[in-house]
Design a protein around this ligand. Structure first.
Ligand SMILES: [Zn+2]
Length: 309
């Protein structure tokens, strides 16, 4: 009896260590055998995660407010090819981006440089994005993480309320493969286990992964946080309306990666968080602007025609 009690005490203390440690996991990793800190317990790993400006969120488009200051972004050196390191970090696949790739404009208060990008996905092309638009969850989402250009490390930037700017893009399943993603997706085979990494030898540019500039003028803007612990509330979020196409095979390739417990790395998203009164803004639509110009031109012509000579 005493032994049993000792065992129970020991087991519960072990569990206590596991559950209160700095380790965190996604809901898909939580099992009876592995009781890690799933998203609703992330605040145990870091108090920030219980903050009032958390990410991701669901964007209700009819409640967004149009903001004329949300002009197109200016991308610098996004075309430049680099041989980045791609890594399975145990929670996602992340690519380190070298210095000098910056964004400005887009209503940002400063110039921001790209640091890394990583993905969030579901199960074999099923719902997997972190942000949702009118309740729709896309199969995958990429986050290109930037920090104010004058910072040298992300930690410093995360202590600044506007220190980090993340560009988020959604994916949609398409019938044909997106060849621009081949170098990245081929590299996934070499990094199946956590901490494995490899170099993208054939090189990659940020521009090749995202839509063309004219297809990036429609976006949503709000202030939030990192979507993983420590959940720092230092992020200016931009979510682009136009999704990036990938074939189902390409989307499925991400599920080949493994978590620490050897299980498939799937459903790597945090559930949406309460808005808590935050306003979500939307950029002025180029399409609407163009049609407005046409309308004015048409009206002028009509007026001109109707005037007596
Ligand atoms: Zn992310």
């Amino acid at each position: 009896m005493q032994r049993l009690l000792m065992f129970t005490l020991l087991a519960s203390s072990l569990l206590w260590t596991v559950c209160t440690g700095a380790d965190w996991c996604y809901q898909s990793q939580f099992t009876c055998d592995h009781q890690c800190n799933a998203p609703e317990k992330w605040s145990h790993a870091n108090g920030n995660c219980a903050g009032t400006r958390q990410s991701p969120i669901n964007v209700v488009t009819r409640k967004t407010v149009k903001d004329e200051r949300l002009t197109p972004f200016k991308f610098s050196n996004y075309q430049e090819i680099f041989r980045g390191t791609i890594k399975n970090n145990g929670h996602s696949v992340q690519v380190t981006v070298p210095d000098h790739r910056t964004i400005s404009g887009g209503g940002l208060p400063d110039s921001y440089k790209a640091v890394q990008f990583h993905f969030h996905w579901g199960i074999n092309g099923g719902p997997g994005s972190e942000h949702t638009i009118d309740g729709e969850q896309y199969p995958m989402e990429v986050h290109i993480v930037h920090m104010k250009s004058h910072y040298t490390d992300l930690k410093r930037a995360l202590a600044d309320e506007e220190g980090v700017a993340v560009l988020g893009f959604f994916y949609e399943a398409s019938n044909s493969g997106n060849r621009k993603y081949d170098p990245l997706i081929n590299a996934l085979r070499s990094i199946k286990t956590p901490n494995a990494n490899t170099t993208l030898v054939s090189g990659i540019s940020l521009a090749q992964l995202i839509p063309s500039e004219q297809n990036m003028t429609n976006y949503y803007r709000y202030k939030g946080s990192l979507t993983t612990p420590d959940c720092s509330q230092a992020v200016i979020w931009t979510l682009f309306e136009n999704p990036i196409p990938l074939s189902t095979d390409q989307l499925q390739a991400f599920a080949e990666l493994k978590f620490h417990d050897g299980k498939p790395m799937v459903d790597t998203f945090r559930p949406v968080q309460p808005l808590n009164g935050r306003q979500v803004y939307r950029s002025g639509s180029a399409v609407i602007l163009a049609s407005a110009v046409l309308l004015v031109a048409a009206m002028a012509t009509a007026l001109g025609l109707s005037q007596p000579n």
